[in-house]
Design a protein around this ligand. Sequence first.
Ligand SMILES: Cc1ncc(COP(=O)(O)O)c(C=O)c1O
Length: 367
Amino acid sequence: MQGFPTELPLNGIGDAAAFALFSTAIQSRSARLGDVHALAHMDPPPLDIAARLVGLNAEFNQNMLHREVSPFATEVEARVIDWLAPLFGMRCGHFCSGSTLANLTAIWRAREAGAQCVIASVDAHISVAKAAHILGMPFRAVAVNVHGRLNRTQLGDVKDAVVVLTAGTTGRGVIDGLEPVACRWLHVDAAWAGPLRLTRFSARLDGIEQADSVAISAHKWLYQPKDSAIILFKSPDAQDAISFGGAYLATPNVGVQGSRSAAAVPLMATFVALGKSGLAALIERNMAHAEALAALIAADPRFELKQPPETAVLNWRLVNGATDAVLAKLAGTTSRTQIDGALWARQVAANPNADITRIWAQIASAS
Ligand SMILES: Cc1ncc(COP(=O)(O)O)c(C=O)c1O
């Protein structure tokens, strides 16, 4: 933070100087997610059309809480929900700032429907246990099978539960079996892999249409800047139970957030600019990247590949036990996770500009 004030400044340096100071720091001290070597996290380089419209929305300080402030964005959000919900067998929903909130919203709605506890696999995202905690509901984590999917034989009594299945687990990118569960409410956390529904891999998410609600992070595999996610519901009136009117509001406030940005605008613009086919091509390129890297890893006897990538996430480790030391050299290219208490490298192919030959060369030479 050299060059930045350590105390709250009494007098300012002016817009131009402040912009120069901060923009230089942002550009020099942020990871380049679109770099040919970047393949580490569920954070894509956002598409230019989307990033530019986030900036324009900010200039107008759009607020989805007040229709009269954001008439265009309000119509856009309704249209984007109308476009996307049917892909998941859903009928209504709204945007929110991330799938942490989308999961909280779904579990809150499930509680309003009578669910008394939350059940998910041990590999479900922490936001699920966190939501249960916030809502005062007991949380039960079910073991996963050898493939990393929730082990259905251990589900037990679910009739009063909200069961959360994950489509694309955070650590391994695994899709839980999406067959129906006889529970009070079935939620699918498709934060990561939901966008596969736009692609030729759509069938991997078959069964999702049986859910009562679905969460998707648009700031992950729809290449949007943060904060952009969607919570979708099957029942057309599902949002009534999570909407609150107020004397100062023209229309009831739906969901957890009050004021929120017009994140649907950059997403709709992305679809208009690229088409569904253009977005699908980007996601399919990421799938091909993950498969290519998995093949290289599997062919090298120094490495162990955990499983073939199902949703462009893969895990590997070194058979000589040096994974930790190698990961320290690969920060930025590779991330880490624990599987069954052991350390594994984690690659997430969210970057369409990645160059797998160069990434593999870097991994191989660090090993
Ligand atoms: C499966 C899954 N669910 C939920 C989340 C939380 O999403 P967000 O970071 O958008 O709040 C994540 C984040 O990585 C995730 O991987």
